[in-house]
Design a protein around this ligand. Structure first.
Ligand SMILES: Cc1ncc(COP(=O)(O)O)c(C=O)c1O
Length: 379
């Protein structure tokens, strides 16, 4: 018998209250009962997204909403710019090219954050139809300066649609789409929303919806205009992921009961504590500007990061993530996103100390955990 704890940057832990809601007998979606649940989920979602207009709920993982952001708002002849500072930034380029859109990459060394002036100068030169980036690049644990990029881009190219992947940003830290002038913001269920994978969310500005009328890229399942029309009536174009929608209604309620600002503060506090722990263990953070949802750490020189992940999971039951692509073996990532509280993080960090010790890294037991406790106590 083993008890497992998820401290991975998705999927994240699902609260009992959400599990219970999802375990109810399946309701039929073409009924007023479903419509009531859907309406409540939509209302809550709008608040968590901090927007006044609809957030669409799609039955897909986060990449589905990323793809829909390309296929619904752009044209075959468009040129778009994307920031590639990690695995998910790279994905924007892959999706744009899959639809035949001319995609210009702004390459940011993985682990670094995008530089606002550089982005603005490329956008000023290219005047792209869209700029795509991540609020939080989960593969490197970096937070890109969303507000600052948006402001600078609006000044040099007001027609450029700003498309932001907030998959590990929404519900983790403050993102204000309408106030800052974003055009599309996407997220996914298995991160701060504390749900299993399977739902993605997409909000678009009025400007983006106008642009959707001119889009000539192919879409069928992710025809957002069709979805928008249906969802305004608390229905969906196709069979929704009913169980997940039941869970979503509950999870957004939980987030709003805690209070969005408190949720952001909790994430920031946990992130600070995790970073202090790593420093106290003489481990180097990988991210230049660390995001609040996860902490990416360079694995000690003679220890394979994948081994850290495997040993921690198999011996101590704590699930963290390794590096992706060329970062495989080089880093490991501890998430503190969603349904994670102080005691969860402290237990996870203690397991990390044990893991590193077992793998031969010199650890003074309690040094990292102590630094995290001190940081948490300071608030
Ligand atoms: C920032 C970011 N973008 C995109 C994705 C892809 O989402 P999914 O795996 O749900 O398709 C992830 C998943 O980890 C992510 O963290």
């Amino acid at each position: 018998m083993k008890k497992m704890m998820l401290l991975s940057p998705g999927p994240t832990a699902v609260p009992d209250r959400v599990l219970k809601a999802m375990s109810e007998a399946t309701i039929h979606h073409r009924t007023s009962v479903f419509e009531e649940v859907f309406a409540q989920a939509r209302e809550g979602l709008k608040k968590v997204f901090q927007v006044s207009s609809d957030v669409l709920i799609l039955a897909s993982s986060g990449t589905g909403a990323m793809e829909a952001s390309v296929s619904n708002f752009f044209r075959k002849t468009d040129t778009c710019v994307y920031i590639n500072g990690g695995k998910f930034g790279e994905r924007w380029g892959e999706i744009l090219r899959a639809y035949g859109v001319n995609a210009i990459e702004i390459s940011v060394e993985w682990g670094r954050a995008a530089v606002v002036e550089e982005v603005a100068s490329i956008v000023e030169k290219e005047k792209p139809a869209g700029l795509f980036f991540q609020a939080s690049e989960t593969s490197t644990g970096v937070r890109h300066p969303t507000q600052e990029i948006t402001k600078a881009v609006k000044e040099v190219s007001p027609d450029t649609l700003i498309v932001v992947d907030g998959i590990t940003g929404v519900g983790v830290f403050d993102i204000r789409p309408e106030e800052w002038g974003l055009d599309v913001l996407v997220s996914g269920s298995q991160k701060a929303f504390m749900l299993p994978p399977g739902l993605s969310f997409l909000w678009a500005s009025e400007k983006a919806w106008e642009r959707a009328n001119d889009s000539d890229l192919p879409c069928y399942y992710f025809d957002l205009k069709k979805e928008k029309k249906q969802q305004a009536k608390n229905q969906t174009a196709y069979t929704p992921a009913i169980g997940l929608v039941l869970g979503l209604k509950e999870s957004v309620s939980m987030i709003l009961e805690e209070g969005l600002e408190n949720v952001f503060n909790r994430h920031a506090k946990l992130a600070r504590a995790a970073r202090e722990c790593m420093k106290a263990l003489s481990l180097e953070l990988f991210s230049e500007v660390p995001a609040e949802g996860l902490t990416a750490v360079k694995s000690p020189a003679d220890i394979d990061g994948q081994k850290v992940v495997k040993h921690m999971r198999e011996t101590y039951g704590v699930v963290i993530a390794g590096g992706q692509s060329h970062l495989k073996g080089k880093i490991f990532r501890v998430a503190h996103m969603g349904y994670v509280f102080e005691s969860d993080l402290l237990a996870g960090l203690a397991a990390l100390e044990h893991t590193l010790h077992d793998l031969g890294y010199p650890v003074e037991f309690g040094k990292g955990v102590g630094a995290a406790e001190k940081s948490l106590a300071e608030g």
